[in-house]
Design a protein around this ligand. Structure first.
Ligand code: FE2
Length: 293
């Protein structure tokens, strides 16, 4: 075959047209994928965390974590129903929601949201904290929806969870950007005198970067959201935009200290822009493992 033969004019035109079509199609396909497909393509991540400080009674208990739904911002009640069904199938022992249930307003979906949240079942409880967008939507209204849906809202307080003759502590912080957070009330012995200060502590805070401060207290597992993982992640570059208090720990598992982990969930919905790229919405299933001697 003669590889030096000059390309014909018609072959050149054909090749050029294909290249041009490819160049035009790539951004259109990329945009369609990030606008219509990836935001609806929920990934369920599973992990198991070992603790010497976890009582044996809580060994292999399963936490399902979800966050940042932003209802009414490119996320309707139908998709909430699908999400609830998906969480139910995971058969959680404990359900944690780390804020931003609504985007801007509660009114249009309050009763249907209460009905759907009520369908969630977990023998060790359904726990929640507020996010910054919940304040935009109206903190009192969001609190009413969450509690009517069977969730216990933790605003700068902790609660003792008893099971099998043992106790752990579950604590939650008010939103750090729009609310009135107080780590002493949420976590310090002064704020929870009735609790055993040595108890294993699960801590919910909307903003993940608060882990830096929470590490000064007795916290074994902090669960957060807020970052949305950046929503758009460019290969070799990383997330394009991260909000305040989600820049240091934007996504996934971090070991903050001995016996203290942080998990930042990428959220279910979208915020600011209705796109996701290489940053799928996420449900997290965390199994606690007691390595107590
Ligand atoms: Fe959010």
């Amino acid at each position: 075959m003669d590889t030096n033969r000059p390309i014909s004019r018609s072959a050149f035109l054909k090749l050029s047209t294909r290249w041009l079509a490819g160049l035009l199609a790539a951004p259109i396909t990329g945009f369609s994928y990030s606008r219509w497909l990836e935001p609806k393509w929920i990934e369920t991540n599973y992990l198991q965390l070992p603790y010497t400080s976890l009582p044996r009674a809580f060994h292999l208990k399963k936490i399902v974590l979800f966050s940042d739904i932003h209802l009414d911002f490119h996320f309707g009640i139908h998709r909430l129903g699908q999400l609830i069904e998906r969480i139910r199938k995971l058969k959680p022992d404990l359900i944690c929601f780390t804020g931003d249930l609504f985007h801007e307003s509660v009114e249009s979906h309050a009763s249907s949201t209460i009905r759907l949240l009520s369908l969630l079942e977990a023998p060790l409880g359904k726990w929640a904290v507020l996010g910054n967008h919940d304040y935009t939507a109206g903190a009192k209204d969001v609190e009413r929806v969450l509690s009517s849906g069977g969730f216990t809202l933790l605003r700068n307080r902790s609660v003792t969870l008893e099971h099998g003759g043992s106790q752990i502590r579950i604590a939650g912080l008010d939103d750090a950007l729009e609310g009135s957070p107080n780590l002493d009330f949420a976590l310090a012995d002064e704020g929870s005198r009735e609790h055993d200060p040595a108890a294993f502590t699960l801590f919910l805070a909307h903003e993940p970067d608060l882990a830096e401060y929470a590490a000064s207290y007795r916290v074994n597992l902090q669960l957060s959201g807020h970052s949305h993982g950046g929503q758009v992640r460019i290969p070799l570059v990383g997330p394009l935009i991260l909000p305040d208090l989600a820049r240091r720990y934007p996504e996934g598992l971090y070991r903050i200290a001995d016996e203290m982990y942080l998990y930042t969930n990428r959220g279910i919905g979208v915020s600011s822009y209705p796109v996701r790229f290489l940053c799928r919405p996420e449900l997290t299933v965390i199994t606690l493992e007691s390595t107590e001697a």
